[in-house]
Structures are given as structure tokens and as C-alpha cells.
Ligand binder design. Sequence first.
Ligand code: N7H
Length: 518
Amino acid sequence: MSTVVVPPIIPPTVPPTNPPVEKLEKLEDIQGDIWSKGFPKDNETYYLFQIKHPADFARCLRKLVTDQPHLIPNLNMVKVNWAEIKAEKKRADAHKEQPKRLPMANALIAFTYKGLEIIRGGLQNPDDLLLEDIEKTDPAFSHGMKSAPLNDPTAGLDPLFADPTAIHGLLKVAGSSKEKVNERLKEIQVALQCDKGVINDVPGGTEGRIDGAVREGDNRGKEHFGFQDGISQPLMNGLDDPPPAPDSGALATSTMETEPKFLIVMEGTRSQGSNDIPRPDWMHQGSFLVFRKLEQNVEAFNDLTEKNFKRYECRNAEHMGAKLMGRWRSGAPITLPAYHTADDPTGDHCKSKKMNNFGYEKVDDNSTARGCPLAAHIRKTNPRRTDEEDTNASDPGLKFTRIIRGGIPYGPDHTKGEKPGVMKRGLLFACYQGSIEDGFQHMQSSWCNTDTFPMGGSGLDPIVGQGKSPDDMKMLITEGKEQVQINPPLVTFRGGEYFFVPSIKSLKGVLTAAAPLH
Ligand code: N7H
């Protein structure tokens, strides 16, 4: 009798599915820069202002957002800008031409806590702002950046940040040229009666402004150390295209799809440590903006990598730089097996969103010549996954610490042989999040500035970490070797502040319901 061999039943492989991500709604209420794409920009200015006459300011602002909505656009309007740029690229491709730069400008308005206190003074019903609640729900915002546990230096700051109580509001104006930015800023200043003293520039000798510009030619999209920036951003359902499939050979994938509530204040959202008090309704569809002027020392970066790469078993200075960052200059992540041993790959695919669809191997990925150090800038700021072996696998921030970055370089390009320390350059860093404690502050303070994250001895983030003393500024780059000492620092804080970006609805409503004229 023959026996029938029943083949074992192999369950079909079901691709892992992420839980459904909530859809972002009311785009018409959200200010237009709060998006992975942000405002289209070649130039940008950060204009810091003081409110001198709160009731007049409220009236002017209400008129501006009601009668000239394009001056402070919402997300739907900025989506149209991006669609126009895409159409122009398509047209130019078809004609084998360079796409034209379409003239455009956009602006966002945001306030410090001090600014909200001043605004309250001009309202018909000041209690509507519920500022005392915000002190409890968002203490980092209400106390300001200067009080935050960030190890920020207090000397050498840009004079605009000398007195944080002097900063009430910010206009972030971006556009296709410096002229377009200047024009749009002027238009808004006139509407807010800057010329009649309703608002004033924050003192500091630069008309309240800090200007940035995208670098030109082959450096477009790169920051001053020469790395492609703007590859990894959280994506929101209802706003962004779904992420592309991962490249073959990718490790555990991390699609970066993010619950909107981590980036935007929504009904029912709470920040950690808020004692479960809800935010006032008027804050819904708003977001917190962190601004930091960060000076980069390109000379120090080049010196560090050129003088030390051999000692740390890197193939060349480029390779050591890639280990500090976690990506090659082209943007290719060094953790992907294809890029462990090859030198910096080039090509447009390096800039593509596919280059963001990856996770990290186990903690031993920190090892020797291959892999990505645990303290590399992009791994510290987004660990993507942690293993049970990580001492900090239970850090709740792994779930909610997400930021949308929207920075721009400032200052001239570095030239070889220039006199060290004379020309100043860096990044005007800006990021949006649904809570400062849970977003930027957790990232900077508990991750970048902490040797024990994700494991004891990982070291500090070599790009933006700040220790209590200069000796703390070191990271493990190669297993079995001492940590690399980073001195002088590669990046130095020159000032910054925490802001809140209200919804368009609140700009037309609660925030501008001015007391009647006498
Ligand atoms: Fe960083 N850089 O150009 O060297 N950053 N950053 N950053 N950063 C990133 O992945 C840089 C700063 C983040 O999801 C890249 O898009 C510089 C601060 C986060 O994988 C490069 C400065 C904070 C990510 C740089 C600076 C962050 C990220 C790779 C200051 C928050 C995404 C490009 C002068 C505390 C990580 C990319 C991810 C990426 C640079 C500042 C956070 C090249 C020069 C202050 C979350």
C-alpha cells in the first residue's frame, strides 16, 4: 500500500501591514509650510517682530488673512504651487529645456508665548486664549528655548536673540528669488502697519531679519558640509504621496508614514507630561515651530575627517564623514549593504525617496568598517527601530518623536584656503511638531546630547550634539577604538526660539477678535 504524502500546508506570506494611519483633514485651515515639501524656495527670510499696539495688530492681521488670504496661504494653496512647478518640469522635459523658475512667494506667521501674552492684551475677551492652560499643556513653549535643557551656549549669540522677551512673532517668508521674498515681506509689513509702529523689528541691527538661500549649481539641495539634505521627512496620509517600494536589498523598512497628531495639534492630542489637560480648541490645526540659527565650521569638519580617518579604520575622509552623518554626501544611507563597502554612489536615485525606505540592523551594526554608528546624525535623530538589546528600546519617543524639517543654508560657500573663522555660514534650522517636548526637545536633549542613547557609550550626535562641557563632545565610530573627540564643535548654536503657528481659522477668529476702538 502506498502512503500518500500530504505536503505540509505553508501559510501564504502576508506582507506586514502597518496599522492604518489617520488622514490629515482641514488642509484649508493649516498654514502652508507645515508639510514635508513646505514652501517652494530658493530664498527665505526669518523676520522677527514685536507687537507694539496689540488691538491694532489684531485688526490688521484679521483684515490681512480675510482680504488677502494668499499672503498667509494654507496647505491647499501651497499644493497648487507645487503642482505648477511639476507641470513646468514636465513641459521643459518634453522640450528638452531647463525648467523656468516660476516667480512665487509665500509666508507663515507664528508667535512666541510672550507674543500671545501681548496679543491677549488687545482682545475683546482675553480669557478666550486660555494661556494658563498652555503653561500646563506645553511648558517648553511657554518658558521658551532659553529655559530648555539643551546645553545651549549663552555667549556669541546673534544680537536678535539677546533678549528672548523682545521676540513676539515671526514671519517666515520663502520665495523664488530674494526680490520676491523682499516684496512679499514688505507687503505683509505694510498690511500689519509696520510703518505706523503697530509692529516693530526686533532690535539687533539687521531689520529683524535673518536671510538664507538654497546653494547654487551642483550644491543645490546640499548643506554646507556638502551632504544632500531634505531626504527623510515624515509623510502624512491625505497630504503626501504614498511612499515608494523599498530598494532591493533594503533592511527592515521604515516608511516614515506618520500620524498627523505627532506633527499637528489636533482635537484630543496631549503632549507627554501635560497632566492630561487638553489644549485649548483654538490651537487645533496649528503646530509648534522650533527655529535655531546653527553655524557650521566646514574647516573643522574637513580637518576632523582628513586627519583621523586612518586611525578609525575608515577608507578615506569621505568614508569617515559618511559615518558621522549616516549617509554619504550623495544621500545614500551607509547602512544599506550595497553601500557598506562601495564609495559614495552618485546619481539621481540617491536623492529619491527610495533612499529613505530602510531600517537599521541590530545594535552590532555599529561595528568596525561597515555599518552605521549608533550616534551618526541620522541614526540619533531617527533610530527607525531598536532591538531588545538596546537599553533604550522602551523610550516612548521612538513612537512619537517626529519632526518636519524646513531649514535653509545661510552664508557664502566655503572656499579652500579662505581665512578660518572670518566668513560665517550654517543652517537656519526650522522644524514643525505637535509638541516641542515630544518632538525637537526630546530629540536634541535625550538623544543627540546623551551618550547613553540608544546604548551606553554610543556618544553624542557629532553634528548637533551639545554636552555639558566641550570634553563630552565625542562619539563611537569604530568598535574597539576610543570615541572620536570632536573639538572644535562642527556646529555652534547662535540663537533660536520656540513659536506656535496658529491655524488660519484662529487667525481669522479667536486670535484677532480685537477690543472695540474707543
Ligand atoms: Fe539634521 N547636515 O546637513 O549635516 N540632517 N542637520 N538636524 N536631521 C539630516 O535624511 C544637518 C539638525 C534631523 O529620518 C541629514 O534628509 C546639519 C537638528 C533629522 O533618517 C543631513 C544640521 C536636528 C533628520 C543633516 C542639522 C536634526 C536629519 C540627512 C545643523 C534636530 C532625518 C538628510 C547645522 C535636533 C533623519 C536627510 C532620518 C537629517 C544635516 C541639524 C534632525 C545631511 C548640518 C538640530 C530628524
